[in-house]
Design a protein around this ligand. Structure first.
Ligand code: HEC
Ligand code: HEC
Length: 230
C-alpha cells in the first residue's frame, strides 16, 4: 500500500518533470549509461577525457562533470539552446532516460582533478591568473572564480569545473557565447562575461585553466622538494 502510494507519487513527479523540462531530473543508472556511451567514445574517448585539437574542434572532457550539468547540456543541445553541428545529432538520438543514464555514467568516471581551495593572492604579473581570480574591473568583468570556485573547480551542478578542461574547448565556448551560438546559461550569466572578453583574453584564460592542474602540481612538487632539502 505504502509502496503503491510512493510509486504513484513518483509517477506524478516524473509527469511534472517531463512537462516542466529537464528541471526534475530522472534517476540515472551508470551501468545502463555505459552502453549508451558506446556512441560517444569516438570523440569523448573511452576514459571520458576527450581530446584537445589545436587545429580543429576539441572534444570536451566529460569524466567527473556533475551528472545534472551533463544532463542539462544534452537537453540544451536537443532544444537548440546550445548549437553545435557535431554534437546536436548525438544528443537528439537520446531519450530522457538515456540522458540521465549516460550523465550518471560520465559523472562517475575518474573525477575532475582536486585542486587547492585555499585563496591565494593573484599576481598582477600573471594576466591569466589575475583575470581568473580578480577579474577586469575596467570592463566590469567579475573574476571567474566568483562563480567557478577557487582554481576553477566548479561549484555544485550549475557552475561547472573548468580547470583541466581542454583549451580549444574552453575558448570555443567563450566564443560561442559571444556570438550567440550558446545561449543556455541561466540569466545570461556567461554571455555577459564572454561579451566583455576580447580575443586575447579568451586565449589567455583558456590556456590558464587548461594548464592549471599541471602547474599547481609542479609548484607543490617543487615546494615539497625544497622542504625535504632543508
Ligand atoms: C563526433 C564527435 C562527438 C560524439 C560522437 C559525441 N560528442 Fe559530445 N561533444 C562533441 C563536441 C565537439 C562537443 C563540444 C560542442 C560545443 O562546442 O558546444 C561536445 C560536447 C558535449 C557535451 C557538453 C560538455 C560540457 O562541458 O558542457 C556533452 C555533455 C556531451 N558532448 C555528451 C555526449 C554524449 C553523451 C555523447 C554520446 C551519446 C556524445 N557527446 C557524442 C563531440 C561529440
Ligand atoms: C556570474 C557567474 C559566472 C562567472 C563570473 C563566470 N561564469 Fe562561466 N559559467 C557560469 C555558468 C552558470 C555556466 C554554466 C552555463 C550552462 O548551464 O550551460 C558557466 C559555464 C562556463 C563554461 C562552460 C564549461 C563547459 O563545460 O562547457 C566556461 C568555459 C566558462 N564558464 C568560463 C568562464 C570564465 C573563463 C570566466 C571568467 C572570465 C567565467 N566563466 C566566469 C557562470 C559564470
Amino acid at each position: 500500500m505504502t509502496t503503491m502510494r510512493i510509486t504513484g507519487g513518483l509517477g506524478l513527479l516524473v509527469g511534472i518533470g517531463l512537462a516542466a523540462g529537464p528541471a526534475l531530473a530522472l534517476e540515472g543508472d551508470p551501468s545502463r549509461g555505459e552502453s549508451v556511451a558506446g556512441t560517444c567514445v569516438a570523440c569523448h574517448q573511452a576514459d571520458g577525457m576527450g581530446m584537445n585539437m589545436p587545429q580543429g574542434e576539441s572534444w570536451p572532457r566529460l569524466a567527473g562533470l556533475p551528472a545534472d550539468y551533463i544532463a542539462k547540456q544534452l537537453h540544451d543541445f536537443q532544444a537548440g539552446r546550445r548549437e553545435n553541428a557535431t554534437m546536436m545529432p548525438f544528443a537528439k538520438m537520446l531519450d530522457d532516460q538515456q540522458i540521465a543514464d549516460v550523465a550518471a555514467y560520465y559523472a562517475g568516471l575518474a573525477s575532475w582533478p582536486e585542486l587547492p581551495t585555499a585563496y591565494s593572492a593573484a599576481s598582477p604579473d600573471q594576466p591569466g591568473e589575475w583575470l581568473a581570480e580578480r577579474g577586469d574591473w575596467d570592463k566590469t568583468l567579475p573574476a571567474c572564480s566568483q562563480c567557478h570556485g577557487p582554481n576553477g573547480q566548479g561549484v555544485g551542478a550549475d557552475f561547472p569545473p573548468i580547470a583541466g578542461q581542454h583549451a580549444g574547448y574552453l575558448s570555443a565556448q567563450l566564443r560561442a557565447w559571444r556570438n550567440g551560438d550558446r545561449h543556455n546559461d541561466p540569466d545570461g550569466l556567461m554571455r555577459g562575461i564572454a561579451e566583455r572578453l576580447d580575443d586575447d583574453q579568451i586565449d589567455l584564460i583558456a590556456d590558464y585553466y587548461a594548464t592549471l592542474p599541471e602547474r599547481l602540481e609542479a609548484t607543490s612538487a617543487s615546494a615539497a622538494e625544497e622542504e625535504g632539502g632543508q
